[in-house]
Every structure is written in C-alpha cells, then in structure tokens.
Design a protein around this ligand. Structure first.
Ligand code: FAD
Ligand code: FES
Length: 259
C-alpha cells in the first residue's frame, strides 16, 4: 500500500452522472489483484474522509489505472469537476481482491454485476481472459441510459444484460439472467458478483452449495486500512465476530458474512 498524488490523464462521462477517470502514477505498479480499490481524498478542505472506489482497469505498461464512479454526493461530485492535469491523493491498493487462483483454461465462469458494482468486474474479466476462461458476464442496470462498457465486456466474453425498466436486454433484475445463462452452460467453476445487497443475496442463495462464490461487499468507510472499525459487517458463522470490509474484504466467500 502506498499513497501518491496521481495525475488525472483522462476523464469522460460515460452516462449521466457516471464518469470514467484515468489516473497515472507509480502506485499502479502495486495494483495486482482485481477487486481491490483505492481510497481517494476529496479535493475539498471540508470533506475529510477519503472515498473508496474500485479499480476498473489496471495498465502496468503506461502506469495508468481507470476508475468508474457514479456521482452520489459531494465527494464524487468533486471528483467529476476535476480536470485533466489535476492530481488526486490516492491511497492503495486496498482490500483483498478476487481469488482467481483456481481458474483454468476453458473453465466456465459467471461474473455478475449490478449498476455501479460493475466496474471492478471489468479488470476481473481481463484477468480471467488472460487465463482463457469461458466468461459469462451478467450485467444489470436501471435502464439503457445508465448502461456502460457494453463493447468492452463483449470483447472479453459472452455478455448478457438486464435493465429494470426493460429499455435494453432482458426486462427485470440481473438475477433473472442467471436461469437463462445456466441453461446455456456447464456448471460454472466460480461465480463472482458485485452490486447491491439484493443482488448479492440472490447470487448467494442460487449457488448455496457451490464452493467458489465470491461476493464484493460495500460498506461506508473511514480509514480504509482496518484501523477504525467503521466498515464492519457481521460474520454469518459467529454473530459475535465482525469482519472489516476494507481489510478482510471487500470480497468474501458466500456464507462468510451477513449481507
Ligand atoms: P456521500 O455524500 O458520502 O453519500 C451519498 C449517498 O451515497 C448517501 O446516500 C450514502 O449513504 C451513499 N453511500 C456513500 N458511500 C456508500 C457506500 N460505500 N456504499 C453504499 N452507499 C454509500 N462507487 C462507485 O461509483 N464506483 C466504484 O467503483 C465504487 N467502488 C467502491 C468500492 C468499495 C470497496 C466501497 C466500499 C465503495 C465503493 N463505491 C464505488 C461507493 C463510493 O465509495 C460511494 O458512492 C462514495 O464514497 C460516495 O461519496 P460521496 O461523497 O459522493 O457521497
Ligand atoms: Fe476503518 Fe474499515 S474503514 S476499519
């Protein structure tokens, strides 16, 4: 983990309120595991807490990484006002990341994302493609307007899209895609998911007896490095045990924590 003033080398609005930002710096060399995040200081004196944002793409060749974020409040709004050439104080990479060690060539893998949970799944997809896995992406969005990275995901594997309002792809939530895709494939070697709690719960219950189901959790964070206990969630096996999402997560195996 390092702290660095990373330079913004690109920033584009992919969809209303959804931005892709490219950051450049030596910190990129530390970024090795998909599913990790960086903790970014908001360039405003009055906002003291950093904001955690997942790594959507890592490029060691040119020392850049991409993040994709949705403007929610003051912090992310401040990021969206940043210009190319500005620098952001980044701490990272943080968190454990997705375990893909068991994946071998031709293995079927399901990668399931909802809304702003989709970004870390892009770097995950790139790594799975390097391993020549047979990847099925199941992405859900509220509507066509807020959809992004259709082409990018299609280049890595088979992409299935659902929208809540039916404006694109399957009408309904992303969980509905699981049944369709299951009919088309052999049993997946692993399932990876990132999104709202409802999505994670649906994935957990659908694959309840599967040994390799990995869920990326979100909690509001303060320190981001395991020191303050702001981000805890409850262990499923022992209610007296709390797990720190920033440090022991954000990826947990299904059944490990309460969602
Ligand atoms: P605030 O004013 O702090 O909050 C605005 C609204 O967002 C409030 O309703 C608040 O309750 C809600 N909110 C804030 N933080 C969270 C959170 N962590 N989880 C759920 N709701 C929250 N967002 C992205 O857009 N792209 C990402 O790749 C991404 N990766 C993340 C990775 C991790 C490990 C975590 C924990 C969060 C991630 N987030 C991501 C969520 C992002 O951190 C929050 O949206 C951001 O901190 C909000 O800051 P803000 O100042 O704009 O809004
Ligand atoms: Fe401080 Fe997780 S945010 S322990």
């Amino acid at each position: 983990m390092k702290q660095e003033m990373m330079e913004i080398v690109n920033q584009v609005e992919l969809a209303p309120r959804i931005f892709e930002m490219t950051l450049k710096g030596e910190l990129t060399q530390e970024m090795v595991t998909p599913g990790q995040f960086i903790h970014i200081r908001v360039p405003r004196e009055d906002l003291l807490l950093r904001r955690p944002i997942s790594l959507a793409e890592i490029n060691h060749d040119n020392q850049t990484c991409k993040i994709i974020y949705r403007v929610e409040g003051d912090g992310t709004r401040a990021f969206s006002h940043c210009q190319v050439g500005d620098k952001l104080d980044c701490l990272g990479p943080l968190g454990n990341g997705f375990d893909i060690s068991m994946i071998e060539e031709e293995d079927v893998v399901y990668v399931i994302g909802g809304g702003i949970g989709v970004p870390p799944l892009y770097e995950l997809g790139r790594r799975l493609k390097e391993k020549r896995a047979n990847i099925y992406f199941l992405n859900g969005f509220a509507s066509k307007d807020v959809m992004y990275y259709e082409k990018e995901f299609s280049e890595l594997g088979s992409l299935f899209i659902a929208t809540d309002d039916g404006s694109y792809g399957t009408h309904g939530h992303v969980g509905m895609l699981i049944d369709d895709v299951s009919k088309k494939t052999t049993k997946p070697k692993a399932i990876y998911a990132c999104g709202a709690p409802g999505l994670l719960r649906a994935v957990e219950s659908t694959f309840s007896d599967h040994p390799h189901v990995y869920l990326s959790m979100e909690e509001r964070m303060a320190c981001g490095v395991g020191a303050c206990y702001a981000c805890v969630c409850q262990s499923k096996k022992d209610p007296n045990v709390n797990k720190k999402v920033c440090d022991e997560g954000p990826i947990f195996k299904a059944g490990e924590v309460m969602i």
